[in-house]
Design a protein around this ligand. Sequence first.
Ligand SMILES: *Cc1c(COP(=O)(O)O)cnc(C)c1O
Length: 431
Amino acid sequence: MPERKILLSEKDLPRKWYNVAPDLPEPLPPPLHPATREPVGPDALAPIFPMGLIEQEVCQERWVDIPEEVLDIYAMWRPTPMFRATALEKLLDTPAEIYYKYEGVSPAGSHKPNTAVAQAFYNKREGVKRIATETGAGQWGSALSHACSMFGIECMVYMVKVSFQQKPYRKSMIETWGAKVVASPSELTESGRKILEKDPGSTGSLGIAISEAVEDAVKRDDTKYALGSVLNHVILHQSVIGQECLKQFEKIGKLPDIIVGCHGGGSNFAGLSFPFVPLKAEGKNIRIIAVEPQSCATLTTGAYDYDFGDVAGFTPLLMMYTLGHDFVPPGIHAGGLRYHGAAPLVSLLLKNKVIEAVAYQQLEVFESAMKFARSEGIIIAPESAHALHGAVVEALKCKETGEKKAILFGLSGHGHFDMSAYDAYLAGDLS
Ligand SMILES: *Cc1c(COP(=O)(O)O)cnc(C)c1O
């Protein structure tokens, strides 16, 4: 019988974060000032981020020490398990081996605490009393609320109104860990009031909520801002995922042939796959695939260009694949994948063909999620189901060719707060 659960012990917890910057095929284009279009220096970011994180944003070192205080909290759920999906393999009747790294065991139920805890730590170290942030479906807001409670920091969450109304339990989670949460657009900020004036019924968007949270942080001395994806320091923190997978594959004496991750802003995909990039550079034949929804197909149909991270144009311009900062994605269930942009690091590697990208439709993705629940037993987040579906497609190709490839996909979170999406699927209402 193949090993079903590939576990590491606490002593295998990565002690350093891996930074892909020195291993890029070309230098990363710098962020630009929104008004002058000159490269922004670290000083320009100081009103919104603590210095510890700004340093990581521009860091060129391959390895960055993980502080003991962060390791201590990581150790509560890390290293996370990697499973061999033998039941799914059997269901698909594929010769491929399918593995998944399960990040749903964290307190917030996703990979997001990997960076939330680190960000709360650096804010605390620099005396920050309060952090403002946005959240779409609520995963990031709950992860940051948890992390802030671990370090005794106040937390203010601007939650996209449509999710605020549709995902009451994510909101309850945020409040349980002690953060304040308000529906965005709100009356609390100028950006929010402006949107409401024009469109009182606005259900909000991630871009609007980011504008509100950034404005909040800029206007208050005791407050900084935190972003849950896209930026270099977030991707750095998420590298614990892939580093653990490397060790887990070492344990079973092989390497994955294909790595698949879902892509919203790029953080779980990059965290899973970037630690394998140096192996690719050494000549190992590993395909790395980012999966996105067809309704928000940033990587596969977007332009590689400078664009804002938010709607109001407060953020620096980032060089990335983008659908345009005023793009409002349709309300698909994978809320975490509805972002107009992409991580600059992911974008650069895609442009250089180190990684690939593919887009799938919500319905086919949910069909795979149902198969997974009924074979492996885990009810996964709609976001993660995109990665799963990418792995299923590759496994079915192996069935045709008879190849026994090892496929690793990132199971970024459980779907216990997404049951309305499963309801819609079961009722035949999913489009
Ligand atoms: C937020 C989220 C995503 C998308 O964000 P990335 O930064 O692209 O990883 C994917 N899966 C889950 C479970 C999430 O919570």
